[in-house]
Design a protein around this ligand. Structure first.
Ligand SMILES: [Zn+2]
Ligand SMILES: [Zn+2]
Length: 160
């Protein structure tokens, strides 16, 4: 399961941007800079906001070679852009699969608290690209490790 997008209300967006500008000692932060900083797509909506969208492809590992899927972001993008409902593993096997989308609500855990960052190295791949969404919510940008972020509810993907 990997986070792919943050959905913020205009108020939260303004708050996040001003906090980030302060942290970086910068005058203002563009939408693109924020997205780059979080390494996620950032959307602004009026309803159903302050969520992180997480996506998961199942089955994983590949039923043919039993390898875990790699390059999950790319694999998910490919799955979404192609309507065949086939997952392609890194060995090139194609098999029928499903994309699950979860929504995790953010901000309720870390209201105003200064972020502590206890995890600096990914326990899975030893990468150092750990992204924090809250004091106890983090994920690795290099593999599919996360801090056990529990989705609050799951919405089946519908054909938009
Ligand atoms: Zn395979
Ligand atoms: Zn990792």
């Amino acid at each position: 399961m990997i986070p792919t997008e943050v959905v913020l209300s205009p108020q939260s967006y303004a708050k996040v941007v001003s906090e980030l500008a302060e942290t970086l000692g910068s005058e203002g932060i563009s939408h693109l800079q924020l997205a780059h900083h979080l390494a996620l797509v950032v959307s602004i909506q009026q309803e159903n906001t302050d969520l992180v969208v997480l996506k998961e492809l199942t089955p994983n590992p590949c039923p043919i070679c039993h390898r875990r899927l790699t390059f999950l972001r790319e694999t998910i993008d490919r799955f979404e852009s192609d309507n065949s409902n086939q997952i392609r593993c890194s060995m090139g096997h194609r098999y029928p699969g499903e994309l699950k989308v979860y929504y995790l609500s953010i901000f309720q855990h870390n209201a105003g608290a200064e972020l502590e960052k206890p995890v600096k190295v990914c326990p899975e791949c030893k990468g150092k690209n750990i992204q924090y969404l809250g004091s106890d919510m983090m994920f690795c940008l290099d593999c599919d490790w996360d801090s056990g972020m529990e989705p609050r509810y799951q919405i089946q993907r519908n054909s938009e």
